[in-house]
Design a protein around this ligand. Sequence first.
Ligand code: BG6
Ligand code: MG
Length: 219
Amino acid sequence: MPIKAFIFDLDGVLTDTAEYHYRAWNRLADEIDVPFTREENEALRGIPRRESLLTLLKGHPTTEEQLQAWMSRKNDYYLEFIREISSTDVLPGARELLEEIRAAGLKSALGSASKNAPEVIQRLGIAHLLDSVSDGNSVERQKPAPDLFLHAAGKLGVSPRECVVVEDAAAGVEAALAGGFWTLALGPVTRFPVAHHILPGLENIHLQELLDIFSITDF
Ligand code: BG6
Ligand code: MG
């Protein structure tokens, strides 16, 4: 089946907001006196806000009211960071790839667990290059469930086998595989137990190269 579309994760794929999520969680963890390391943050990549907080708390007893207050405090810190984002913060190669996809008549969608995704793509100046946006408000079950990517494919009117999901998180790759999508994982090979193809990032990666890779890869 020919590839007709690409679904891009946002944080850590199109821009480096994964680092801002880490810094915001780290600041909260310091304030509430919970140990939190960069290594532990790896497990939070792609994971929604609430599950991230529960993981960070490591079973520390709390109330629903307190959880809500901490989630909101972390989001305030995150919003402070993203206020500074502009078109220069698109990761190398990402804008060029979106433009090539558009020029070739293929489709691009956003598939991000973040409720802040619409604001981030506006600030990056790439919203017009995306044919649809699925975000943290689009589905109930988040990654590693396949629902968000299935939602994106449905909006584009393509089947999972006609779509490549581009992800920087193991949970995101797991979600894409569960939905029957092709997966392009971005980051160190040690992060991904399984994926169809792994690259360090999108810099100097062109559409034709990706189409070639996925035309010879076995599902
Ligand atoms: C994902 C990030 O894209 O979005 C996670 O990788 C984050 O780190 C999740 O927790 C939810 O984001 P937000 O902006 O809704 O808190
Ligand atoms: Mg990500």
